[in-house]
Design a protein around this ligand. Structure first.
Ligand code: IPM
Ligand code: MN
Length: 358
């Protein structure tokens, strides 16, 4: 298979984790005789420094012509204070999602048996947790008008059209058909009008999927249920903001946000990125966990319908963790750096290698 892949390392630990993802892409290409042509592009603070904008037009154009995007992270403390909306590094990813029409962000959350001790929750609570978050990604408060009034007050407007809800709801129901058959809509329908439109619209779409159980949870309760009964979830459907918040919580209960991948899909070139951010404090230290990025590469393989390739990547990641090897934050027996992790996974893939029994 011949594919063009845009590689956007971005800021903070982005370049380090993406480098490991690329090693894995190359290992897969080597073992399965594929050709992946990589196009490196600037985004985020890195692009502001060079071109004065977080999403240069060349970056967008090349992304549009590629088959997939591998994305690191954006965000830099240098721009945290006072920098107004449009000029922040975060606009690099937000505008990319919007301009490519990537309206669905898919975040699978699964616990790994050998890592249950990492969770702040009791082992029996998180054993066999397996759910996926479908987060709406191009609407809601992220893209509404915002600003300041003359009296010094500020506002952020949340708007949703039924069609924006319908298209992601359909995806969520289809996914539930392949899984445990349950969709949970997370909203604040007791307070917000957009949430009431979400309920109405999702109920309507749900009628076309009579075998799927459709549940509703207010967002505050959903945050609590994720801690009390995380195994009860199957497909979580949420708007842009609630989905963002719940996915970090999901990262915490599984033990490390450094293990969670994501795929953003919709109209244009699909984008694959770890859900953790740029983690500026660790930048350049070679300590970040590259597994979320490597598992995002596995999601990219699934998207290309290269299912064996995807499962080889997942198997090798799990294998290394089960052998007690991981980055520092996992507190396993053997601590590897970010680049050592990438080298090892790539090596396990190319050489069909399994680690010896310890
Ligand atoms: C994410 C991130 C982004 C978001 C930031 C970097 C703008 O937190 O992908 O979850 O809020 O969507
Ligand atoms: Mn987030």
């Amino acid at each position: 298979m011949d594919k063009k892949i845009a590689v956007l390392p971005g800021d903070g630990v982005g370049p380090e984790v993406v480098e490991q993802g690329v090693k894995v892409l190359e290992a897969i290409a080597d073992r399965f005789q594929h050709k992946f042509t990589l196009h490196y592009l600037d985004v985020g603070a890195a692009a502001i420094e060079k071109f004065g904008t977080p999403l240069p037009s060349n970056t967008l154009e090349v992304c549009q012509r590629c088959d997939a995007i591998l994305f690191g992270a954006v965000g830099d403390p240098k721009y945290t204070h006072l920098t107004p909306g449009q000029d922040r590094p975060e606009q690099g990813i937000l505008q990319l999602r919007k301009k490519l029409g990537l309206f669905a962000n898919i975040r699978p959350v699964r616990t790994i048996p050998s890592l249950l001790h990492l969770s702040p929750l009791k082992k029996e609570k998180i054993k066999n947790v397996d759910f996926v978050i479908y987060r709406e990604l191009t609407g809601g408060v992220y893209f509404g008008t915002r600003g300041r009034n003359e009296d010094g007050s500020a506002y952020d407007v949340t708007t949703y059209h039924a069609r924006e809800i319908e298209r992601i709801a359909r995806m969520a129901f289809k996914q539930a058909l392949k899984r445990k058959g349950k969709v949970t809509l997370v909203d604040k329908a007791n307070v917000m009008e957009t949430s009431r439109l979400w309920r109405e619209t999702v109920c309507k779409i749900g009628q076309q999927y009579p075998s799927i159980q459709l549940d509703f949870l207010y967002a505050d309760n959903a945050a609590m249920q994720m801690i009390l009964n995380p195994r009860d979830f199957d497909v979580i459907l949420a708007d842009n903001l609630f989905g963002d918040i719940l996915s970090d919580e999901a990262g915490a209960i599984t033990g490390s946000i450094g293990l969670l991948p994501s795929a953003s899909v919709g109209d244009g070139t699909p984008l694959f990125e770890p859900i953790h951010g740029s983690f500026p404090r660790a930048a350049g230290e070679d300590i970040a966990n590259p597994m979320a990025t490597i598992l995002s590469v596995a999601m990219m393989m699934d998207h290309f319908k290269l299912y064996e390739e995807a499962s080889v990547i997942r198997h090798k990641v799990r294998h290394a963790l089960e052998k007690g090897i991981g980055t520092a934050e996992l507190h396993l027996d053997t601590v590897y750096s970010c680049s050592q992790m990438g080298d090892m996974i790539a090596h396990l893939i190319t050489d069909h290698y399994e680690l010896p029994h310890s």
